[in-house]
Structures are given as C-alpha cells and as structure tokens.
Design a protein around this ligand. Structure first.
Ligand code: GTP
Length: 471
C-alpha cells in the first residue's frame, strides 16, 4: 500500500494495495476540493477524448457494491455512469439500496443493469451495446464504473473495450480494481476448479491494477492481515506482472464455474422478520450439499416503526369506530327520548285541555246544582233533584279521580323528561371525552413519527441527543 493512499476517501475497513490509478485518485478527492478534470475524460478538450472506464471486480460478496455506493455518494464532483452486472435474474436490488441513501449527494448520472449472466461470457454483447448506448450521452458523465459479477473474469471484459471499434474510440480502460474479501479469501483461493484451472478469485486478483483488501475489520491481528497482503501481492505479481489496462492476458482463461447458480425469491406479502431469520439460520447452518456464497435482497417487512404505526393506526381506527358507535347510539337514544318527550308533552297538552273541559263541566254542574236547589227547595221534585245532584256529585268524584290520575301521569312524564335530559347531557360529555382522547392519540402518533424519523436506520442511534429509539 503506498503512503499516498492513506488519505483515500475509502470505507474505513478497506485497505488499498497496489499502484494508484486514476480511479483511486478519483476516490482520493477530499470534501470541498474543486473537482479535478480527469485527464482521460478530457473535459477541457472537445468531447472526442475517450471516457475512462473503471472495472470493479471481486468475488461474490467481497464489497464491490459497497465501494460503488461509496464512490457515488462521496463528494468529488465527478459525474458517473454505472454499468452493473448481476449474476442472478433480479434487477433493481442494488438500485433500491442506493435509493436508501436518500439525502446524500449522488454523482450517479446513468445506471444500466445487465442481469442473468456474466459480462465475460453470456452478456458480453449486452455489455458492448450498453457501452455504445451510453456513449450516445457521453456529455452527461465523466467516468464509467463497471461492476462485474462476483464470478466474472476481468480479462474478457477488459478486452471487450478494445475489440469493438465504436466502443474503443469512445472509452479507455482506466483500471481494474479488485475488491478482496479479507475474511473469506483463504477459502476462496483454495476452491478447486476442474482441470486444475485458476479459480475466479485468483484470476480477479491477478488482473487487478488496484487491489482493495476489504472487510479487514473481520480479521483479527496485524499478522493475519500482513499474511493476506503478502498472498495477494504474490498472486498479483506472479500471475499478472503488468497492468490489465491495455495489456493482454497470459492467464489461462476458463469457462465459468458451472456449479454456481443463483435463485431469486419474490413475495408480495410483508415478512415476519423473526421467522425469516429462523429460515436463514436453517439454510445457512444446514445447507446440505449446497454452499451459499452470497445473498442480497430488499425485504418487505413490518419494522418497529411500522409496528408502532400499525398499532397506533389500529388504536385510532378502534377509537374512531367506538366514537362513531357512541355518537350513533347517543343520537338514536336522543331521538328516542325526544320522541318520547314529544309524546309526553302532547299528552300533557291534551290532559290540560281535558282538565279545563272538566273544570268547565264541574262549574256548569255547580251552577246547575245551585239553580235546581233554589228552584225545587221544599217542592215535591226535591228527591228527583237530590238524586240528580248525587249523580252529578258521583260524576264529579269520578272526574276528580281522573284528574288525579292525569296529574300522576304528568308527574311521571316530567320525571321521564328529566332523566332523558340528564342522559343526553351525560352522553354529550362522554363523547367529548372520547374526542379529546382521539386528539391526544393523534398528537402522540405525530410525535412518535417525528422521533422515529430521527433514528438512523443503519446504526439504530438517534440523531438528536436525549431521544432514545425505543421512546
Ligand atoms: N464487516 C464488513 N462488512 C462489509 C464491508 N464491506 C462490505 N461489507 C458487507 O458485505 C456484504 C456484501 O457487500 P456488497 O458490497 O454487496 O458485496 P458485492 O461484492 O457487491 O456482492 P455481490 O454483488 O453479491 O458479488 C454487505 O452486507 C456489506 O454491507 C466491510 O468492510 N466490513
């Protein structure tokens, strides 16, 4: 590793090994520095100068995409086009991961994904076509980064850049950067291929102009790292002995390792994360005859925020349902009570009328009684008059009783009315209380949402001091 590389704006757990290339210089631009115009891109010259192409290679899961994402989000001022080659048939996963970094300035100008095969063989023509298509927009970017699959042989990919006339005139191989997985390197180098051919990990190291020893955080001890560095240098100088940029390969080329394949799974339902983890444990610890090199994907799951949001949403829904049930119930009850009240009031009015009529009748009877008493006092008709008066008195008594009954009914009606009004008041204040609780929950939900928004999903830490994620 050259000393000048120590300033590289690289991920903290990566070590650059080998001669610095323009690509390495690209990533060494520090924040705030004005962007240097890449010589090969010739931005100071007319646009016929070739665009530099950097091939980023490395075994499955070594950290190529991490490096590409780092370059795209670092502040260097270059505009970059990316050609990404996926081994599997799924496209869009890496792009989705990039999109996760919203908020960071991205140098990405163009993004092309070539899936279901390797640039070095089955999709070589697609690669050339993609480059030709990109060259139609050459003024939009200063650099092209090509991320190969983990099984790609960089040799044929590099040679594709100078075997197509149109491509050759527009681009220039800047460097082959090989990302090496420090933890898994010994195993990867030891893997045997048929006929004793050099395996992919070895070929990728051999072709590198720049070697990036990645995942050094997963290797314990300086001595182990020094040993890995020695091994890599040895393979690179022994097998390679020169730059891949512009040189022809003397490494025995090999057909792809046909025992490696990819499987992709899609689901439109949210994942139960715990069950998913258990499934992964079984898959990784008891793989049977299969070895799993690499997994990547975008999970559709209910996270904590989602759970909280769901719970809150459910509580809100329940509360609104309860509130509307109570309001509907109270309205119906009010209507019922009002109707009953209306009936009682109408009955009271009719009772009043009949009471007045009775009073008039009693008064009329009284006048009639006085007249008859005066007229027939001492006469022979007196017994008949007395009988008549007794009848009238009985009728009066009956009417008095009726009046008492009506008054009792009236009292009862008034009591019902009083209860109805009290019930209506109680329901009113109950629904007011529910409304307040509903408002309070909405405010809690907003607060929780804004706090969760401050949680850094990568580290789980909270951006603002004093607020814990679990709050
Ligand atoms: N511990 C540790 N993990 C890392 C480092 N660099 C990358 N990773 C992780 O390693 C995994 C693989 O990284 P990628 O960048 O996707 O690897 P890749 O080479 O693009 O993988 P393929 O495209 O499948 O070949 C991811 O989970 C990364 O977060 C590192 O320096 N240290």
């Amino acid at each position: 590793m050259s000393d000048s590389d120590s300033d590289l704006d690289l991920p903290p757990t990566a070590v650059a090994i080998g001669a610095p290339s323009p690509a390495a210089e690209t990533s060494s631009a520090r924040e705030g520095d004005p962007p240097e115009v890449p010589e090969a891109a010739g931005l100071s010259e007319p646009a016929h100068k070739p665009v530099p192409v950097t091939l980023i290679t490395g075994y499955l899961g070594s950290g190529k995409s991490t490096l590409v994402n780092h370059i795209l989000t670092a502040k260097h001022g270059y505009r970059i086009a990316v050609i990404l080659n996926e081994f599997g048939q799924e496209v869009g996963i890496e792009r989705a991961m990039l999109q996760d970094q919203e908020g960071k300035a991205s140098s990405l100008e163009e993004w092309v994904e070539l899936a279901n095969g390797c640039l070095c063989c089955s999709v070589k023509d697609d690669f050339v076509q993609a480059l030709e298509a990109l060259m139609q927009k050459r003024n939009k970017f200063d650099y092209i980064l090509v991320e190969t699959t983990g099984l790609a042989d960089p040799g044929p990919v590099a040679s594709a850049l100078w075997t197509d006339e149109e491509v050759e005139s527009g681009v220039l191989l800047d460097a082959v950067v090989t990302v090496v997985d420090a933890r898994n390197l010994p195993r990867q180098l030891a893997e045997e291929r048929s006929n004793g051919a050099v395996n992919e990990a070895q070929r990728q190291i051999a072709y590198a102009d720049v070697l990036l020893l990645n995942k050094v955080d997963l290797v314990a001890g300086e001595a182990a790292l020094a040993g890995l560095e020695h091994t890599i240098r040895h393979i690179n100088t022994e097998e390679h002995g020169g730059s891949a940029a512009g040189s022809s390969s003397h490494i025995r080329s090999n057909a792809h390792d046909s025992s490696v394949t990819s499987v992709s799974l899609r689901s439109s339902c949210p994942l139960d994360l715990e069950r998913f983890k258990r499934w992964l444990d079984v898959l990784l610890w008891e793989p049977g005859d299969q070895r799993i090199y690499r997994m990547k994907g975008v999970l559709f799951r209910h996270d904590k925020e989602g759970k909280d949001r769901d719970q809150l949403q459910r509580r809100q829904d329940e509360l609104s349902a309860l509130l509307s049930a109570v309001l509907t119930g109270s309205t119906l009850l009010m209507l019922f009570l009002l109707r009953k009240l209306g009936g009682v009031l109408a009955e009271r009015e009719s009772l009043k009328v009949s009471q007045q009529a009775l009073l008039k009748q009693v008064q009329g009877l009284h006048i009639e009684y006085n007249r008859l008493t005066k007229e027939h006092d001492g006469s022979a008709a007196r017994p008949a008059v007395d009988a008549e008066v007794a009848k009238l008195k009985a009728s009066l008594e009956a009417q008095k009783k009726e009046k008492q009954q009506i008054e009792a009914k009236l009292e009862e009606a008034q009591a019902i009315r009083k209860t109805a009004v009290a019930n209506a008041e109680a329901l009113k204040s109950q629904s007011k209380g529910l409304e307040n609780e509903y408002d309070r929950l909405l405010a809690d939900y907003d607060k929780l949402k804004s706090r969760l928004a401050q949680v850094d999903p990568a580290s789980g830490s909270v951006a603002r001091p004093g607020i814990k994620k679990d709050e």
